[in-house]
Ligand binder design. Sequence first.
Ligand code: BTN
Length: 326
Amino acid sequence: MSLKKSVLEILLSSLGGFVSGESMSTHLGKSRMAIHNAISSLRDDGFEIEASTKNGYSLKSTQDAFTEDYLELSFKGTGIKTFFLNEIDSTNNEAKRLLTKGERAPLLLVAETQFGGRGRMGRSFFSPKGGLYFTLVLPGDSVKDSDLITTAASLGVLRAIEKTTGKKCSIKWVNDVYLDGKKIVGILTEGSYSMESGLFDSFIIGIGINLRVKESEFPDSLKDIAGSIYPNGEGSLSRMDLLKEAVKSVIAVIDEDFIEEYKRECFLIGKRIYRLKGGEYREALALDIDSKGHLIVEYEDGERDTLSSGEVKILLKKRSEGDVYA
Ligand code: BTN
């Protein structure tokens, strides 16, 4: 482990408290000057470290520090192998490449930005700096019900955002998380299928959270739909704290019987919606969500239908009516 990473590990383990330069120097077998240089370099990475001649060094805040070492240390002991990417086409694509090269789940890939971020149904996902973009790869056999994985992921992320920000969110079936009427999270779940076993050997859960993406930055096509947790770009929540909570929470929900809670958070139920399939709109009332996470709707002629996520798009307004659709 590099000296800088060892110093960071010590400071993180006594967050808020003081550690003397001398004790770090003795413990790590390095000079006081080397410790001092490591501290300077950590400050450059965004860690707020106080220095006092009497007490030594204290990590006051991690602010929005986001580095490979910090990622690795944050998930140390979880069994999850981490990958920090400054810039990548898509963390889901990179996850697939790593699996092909022989990496095995559980993996976590995190990117500062994506230049080819992918969304559901072949759409792209706008991924500038200021957002949190990651892919969690879980072993196929760790997931109780693969039909529900994407539903579980949305509830996990909702819980994590509510816990870390105190803001009340909701879910638009099937897995978009909303805040103040706008989509702030997109989730794209893919599977890596084993021809030999005929089963999914891994699930690739890609999550994009608009944390501090400024609303003014969204392209015109997204302005009415997409939102951000901190739409003015301010807000002190660190990406690492949100990431840790989101990963923990998604893994926890996957193991729970969560559908009743999911239904309570899902704002479509009881609403008039449009089902868009093959370019055709059909108006319906969203009635319920079944135990498999399917949406049960009733069309105007009284016919009922059970919709699964892959086959339809649900809109709150017809596109041709202009403005808001989701
Ligand atoms: C959607 O809203 O249609 C799903 C968007 C999923 C975006 C995330 S960002 C991290 C991961 N990498 C991708 O290319 N897509 C997912």
